[in-house]
Design a protein around this ligand. Structure first.
Ligand code: ZN
Length: 246
């Protein structure tokens, strides 16, 4: 049977281009079974995966009949999110792989929209009543929880963020003019223009404020592993607002 109708051969699960997947027969994974393994390679993003499928099934488009394991993933923009998500996954059954691939696609679309200053998809809204320190006119683009406020440690700017000392934790609001933290200890608020640095890695994001040496020694940040709103997307949204979107 021709496996070319299987979804991972029709379109790349990482970059979503069609017609870029070539396949070669791999080693037989289950020596005495009927399972066949194919090695898939994408000519666009250079992804390499092993596809294990069941040739006896009548309809190869059936979602349950295959599983995939990614062996090589593109690491560069805009595929870092896909690499993080798929890179930790191991063997994925068809429905899991397709769900994650859809999330990768949505993330990439949202990231590119944010970087173009397009944020209406976040459905910014007024809070009524607004929390303390927020004006009634501020439109909320993101509400994130839990977010940490802390004192920076030494080391690289990013590590100096979330590897510093946590001083407070609470709900973080990003609005069209400010960031707010409704903390367990106290509430804090800063203008977007005070954000000096916004950085991310595969574990999360960090903001550092400019201004006097006191405020520059503190950070806001959170761990976001696996979320659609990962560090890369959150930082892109924050910078788009700071730099004049909406
Ligand atoms: Zn690809």
């Amino acid at each position: 049977m021709d496996p070319s109708a299987l979804p991972p051969l029709v379109g790349c699960l990482v970059c979503h281009h069609e017609g870029t997947i070539t396949h070669a027969r791999g080693r037989r994974l289950i020596q005495l079974g009927t399972s066949d393994a194919l090695t898939l390679t994408c000519a666009h993003c250079a992804m390499v995966a092993t596809l294990d499928w069941e040739p006896a099934v009548e309809d190869p488009s059936q979602a349950e009949t295959w599983r995939i394991r990614f062996r090589k993933l593109p690491r560069d923009y805009p595929y870092t999110y896909a690499a993080t998500l798929f890179g930790k996954a191991g063997w994925l059954h068809a429905d899991q792989a397709l769900d994650m691939s859809a999330q990768v696609y949505i993330h990439r679309e949202r990231l590119q929209q944010a970087q173009a200053g397009l944020l209406d998809w976040l459905k910014p809204r007024l809070l009524s009543p607004p929390p303390p320190l927020m004006s009634a006119e501020e439109r909320v683009y993101l509400a994130l929880k839990p977010v940490q406020y802390g004192k920076r440690g030494s080391g690289s700017p990013f590590q100096a963020g979330r590897e510093g000392t946590v001083l407070d934790t609470g709900t973080f609001y990003l609005t069209d003019s400010k960031i707010h933290l409704l903390g367990q200890q106290r509430d804090r608020s800063h203008r977007l223009s005070e954000i000096a640095q916004a950085s991310f890695d595969e574990r999360g994001w960090t903001l550092v404020l400019e201004g006097n040496s006191t405020s520059a020694n503190y950070y806001y940040g959170a761990t976001t592993l696996g979320d659609l709103f990962d560090g890369e997307l959150i930082v892109a949204i924050i910078l788009a607002l700071r730099d004049g979107a909406s």
